[in-house]
Design a protein around this ligand. Structure first.
Ligand SMILES: Nc1ncnc2c1ncn2[C@@H]1O[C@H](COP(=O)(O)OP(=O)(O)OP(=O)(O)O)[C@@H](O)[C@H]1O
Length: 333
């Protein structure tokens, strides 16, 4: 007996392969569809109907949009708030821009802004002068933002964080560390004793140098400081002044305390530097009655030992000679 392939698969209906005729004009209106797998060929007839339906719906929407554009929408618009009457009556006093920016008060000659009957050149000169004066009233900081007053015109209590930042930028002061006190702007704000201020004045130090501005407030708080500044910038006074403040608060030296050693030791890597520090310290300790002794190589150790025995609050030393003095018991700590 002859059997077809469909007889071998009784549960599956044979697919309907009926071809559908599509006219040329109809074909031209059809969109180019992706090639479908052969298994979906049976749905082709329905898809063509769906496509035609979709196209009609899209066309209908387009027509609706065109109708809305020309004849307006039939839908009611939502009004969010009722607009109030427009008040366009301004007084001269209503313009407050002059309070914010001085330049607004100037009457610039924009376009044909000349007043009739007055010499144009005169008007131009007047406008330029007014503008110059207004600009002179404005001060700009590094960020080109207007500031009310410069930090130099403010009292210490009026200084803001921003003023301190400008101040530090002006003097090239930068810090690393935490809880740093503000720098001192002048000797008057330094909290130094009157004797030290007198010595500073006598030394001819009119204003503190940047390293002194930054380091002295830290030294007065007895904080550990590593100060970096160029040579000849006054680093010695930056650490000597707080040191002298500290020593002057200690009890004056007597015979007993002298035997226990000096109150302060300054170590310098070279003789020259040690002598320079000694000279500077003597100059600043002038009105405090504090004795300063330097122990450096190249000088008589006996003489230095004699000075040490007489008692001193401050010793300035180089490491080699200091060890010599310690070994010979000329000095104790
Ligand atoms: N505030 C000041 N105003 C004017 N002169 C000052 C001031 N502070 C220090 N001096 C003077 O400047 C000179 C140099 O100061 P100092 O020796 O302290 O500088 P330094 O930074 O320690 O230099 P170096 O790096 O060479 O040790 C000294 O003669 C000192 O008296």
């Amino acid at each position: 007996m002859k059997r077809s392939i469909h007889d071998l698969q009784p549960n599956q209906n044979p697919p309907d392969f009926k071809p559908v005729f599509v006219s040329k004009s109809h074909r031209q209106t059809l969109p180019i569809l992706p090639r479908r797998p052969s298994s979906s060929i049976d749905a082709g007839n329905h898809d063509l109907k769906d496509d035609a339906g979709n196209r009609d719906r899209v066309r209908e929407k387009e027509l609706e949009a065109i109708r809305e554009q020309f004849f307006g929408s039939s839908k009611k618009k939502r009004v969010l708030s009722k607009p109030g009457p427009l008040n366009s009556h301004w007084d001269d006093t209503d313009d407050t821009s002059g309070d914010v920016d001085v330049l607004c008060r100037v009457n610039p000659l924009c376009g044909s802004g000349f007043i009739a009957g007055i010499d144009r050149r005169e008007q131009r000169k007047l406008a330029a002068r007014q503008k110059k004066e207004a600009i002179a009233q404005i001060r700009y900081d590094a960020f080109d933002m207007r500031v009310e007053r410069h930090w130099s015109e403010k009292r210490l209590e009026e200084m803001t964080e921003r003023d301190w930042r400008i101040f530090r930028e002006d003097y090239g002061i930068s810090y690393k560390g935490s809880k740093i006190p503000p720098p001192m702007r002048g000797w008057g704000e330094s909290r130094l004793s009157p004797e030290l201020l007198k010595a500073v004045e006598r030394a001819g130090f009119k204003t503190p140098s940047p390293i002194q501005m930054a380091a002295i407030p830290l030294g007065l708080e007895q904080r550990d400081v590593i100060g970096i500044a160029e040579t000849g910038s006054g680093k010695t006074a930056a650490f000597v002044l707080p040191m002298l403040v500290y020593i002057s608060k200690l009890p004056p030296m007597n015979e007993d305390s002298e035997a226990e050693g000096p109150y302060a030791l300054v170590l310098a890597p070279t003789r020259e530097l040690a002598l320079q520090i000694e000279e500077e310290t003597v100059k600043l300790a002038r009105y405090l009655g504090i004795n300063v002794v330097s122990i450096v190589g190249g000088q008589s150790i006996e003489e230095q030992g004699f000075k040490l025995r007489q008692g001193c609050e401050v010793v300035v030393a180089t490491p080699g000679r200091l060890l010599d003095c310690l070994e010979r018991r000329l000095l104790v700590f």
